[in-house]
Design a protein around this ligand. Structure first.
Ligand code: AMP
Ligand code: MG
Length: 409
């Protein structure tokens, strides 16, 4: 059985080979582009900053006039942000300047208002400077952040809040992005009913379609809900074949060893290529990954915590690649263990846990849970404590790996 890192690597390798060439791009409004991935680069439309920019409120000066502390200069006017200055700053003069304004020609430094005071000398305002000035201080030179034409965001960059601000600042209000991959979500199980229905005493409501849709959408892809398929091979096959018209398919349930776990058999009948059908992890051991007609297929175990964890480990990097981005790395934090841990099996464990920094250092403590069906316990967590297969016993205070829960940390 593959380790989770080898399984992840396999997914990344296979999906990288499948993806991109048939992808479609679109131009969309920047304010609707959060989370989208650039299909063409964004370049600087002009120098940045576009002019020498004062970074403090204060006085623009010639540094040569302020070689020593305690100098006084004549106040010759003011420049507000967005206003141009008229004329050249004369030796012995200074002008009041606001953050974001352009110092006048001749000025090569800005002194902060906090180190000055304005005094009247024979009815004329003068500025007293407490400190000497260095040439260039508190001025960001034109073009020092970027030159006109320079590429600022490459193809494949995901547009987060930083990138949106940058795109807006260079006037790219209609970025070209890849079409979002459409990801089918099909839960399986005779006992599973729609969440809006009243379940019979032995039925359960479909939670997985909601968690999967949320995970898909927050990954930047489009979730297409395909409902729930019964544990019956013919119908399951029809529903999977239908789902394979989309860009990727994520199934939940029906991949364990039970008599009515039919997903793998149906995938085989559909001549899907199966790359793995088990990973050395708990929860999530029976996870399946395959491909048919260029479309990745994930058969995730149906227990909700297993479904969620295996999505984060294996489906997420695949969706990044299908979206035109680099697969995001698995973010692991380090924290000190808050309670002794004894694990029995030689699998890697992802234990629902809480990490907390209130003591001044990161401390992670697993929560009490009833196993991989226990979403109630999971709702009180913010991370998974990662126990590697190579080491099963841990004492309080030992450093361990922690996988943050997206959205909770
Ligand atoms: P399975 O992987 O099909 O053997 O299912 C494992 C467990 O997860 C069973 O207890 C199922 O009832 C439960 N389960 C399966 N599908 C869902 C679902 N969509 N929502 C919530 N629980 C589910
Ligand atoms: Mg089932």
């Amino acid at each position: 059985m593959l380790s989770f890192s080898d399984a992840r690597r396999k997914v990344i390798e296979v999906v990288t080979d499948l993806s991109r060439d048939k992808s479609v791009t679109e131009r969309i409004a920047l304010n609707a582009a959060l989370g989208r991935v650039l299909a063409s680069p964004i370049a600087a439309d002009r120098d940045y900053p576009p002019f020498n920019r004062a970074t403090r409120d204060g006085f623009a000066v010639r540094a040569a006039d302020l070689r020593e502390p305690g100098a006084e200069l004549k106040l010759a006017g003011e420049i507000r942000a967005g206003q141009s200055s008229s004329g050249i700053l004369q030796p012995g003069d200074c002008v009041q300047i606001m953050t974001g304004a352009a110092p006048p020609d001749g000025a090569d430094a800005v002194e902060m208002i906090e180190y000055t005071r304005v005094e009247q000398r024979r009815g004329n305002p003068h500025v007293h400077f407490d400190r000497a000035a260095q040439p260039g201080q508190n001025i960001v030179p034109r073009g020092s952040e970027a030159r006109a034409g320079q590429i600022l965001l490459n193809t494949g960059a995901r547009l987060g809040y930083v990138e949106l601000s940058l795109a807006a600042q260079v006037g790219c209000v209609q970025p070209e992005v890849w079409a979002r991959p459409r990801v089918g979500i099909l839960s399986t199980g005779d006992e599973v009913v729609n969440a809006a229905e009243t379940p019979g005493p032995l039925q359960i409501r479909n939670g997985n379609s909601f968690s999967l849709a949320a995970q898909v959408e927050s990954a930047g892809a489009e979730a297409v809900l395909l409902g729930n398929a019964p544990d019956e091979a013919g119908e399951l096959k029809r529903r999977i074949a239908e789902g394979l018209k989309l860009d990727a398919l994520v199934l939940s349930g029906g991949v364990s060893a039970g008599k009515y776990d039919l997903v793998e058999g149906v995938l085989a009948e559909l001549k899907a290529e199966i790359y793995f059908d088990g990973v050395a992890i708990r929860p999530g051991r029976p996870a399946v990954f395959g491909e048919r007609g260029g479309k990745p297929i994930f058969g995730l175990p149906g227990n909700p915590v297993s479904t969620m964890v295996t999505f984060e480990l294996f489906v997420l990097p695949a969706l990044d690649i299908l979206s035109g981005a680099e697969p995001r790395p698995l973010p692991l934090l380090r924290a000190k263990l808050g309670a002794q841990l004894r694990e029995k099996s030689g699998l890697a464990h992802f234990l629902p846990a809480r990490i907390d920094w209130s003591s001044g250092e990161p401390v992670v403590t697993p929560v009490h849970w009833q196993g991989s069906g226990d979403v109630v316990a999971l709702a009180s967590t913010n991370c998974f404590l990662v126990v590697h297969e190579s080491k099963l016993d841990y004492e309080v205070g030992e450093w361990v790996d922690v996988m943050p829960r997206r959205g909770a940390l």
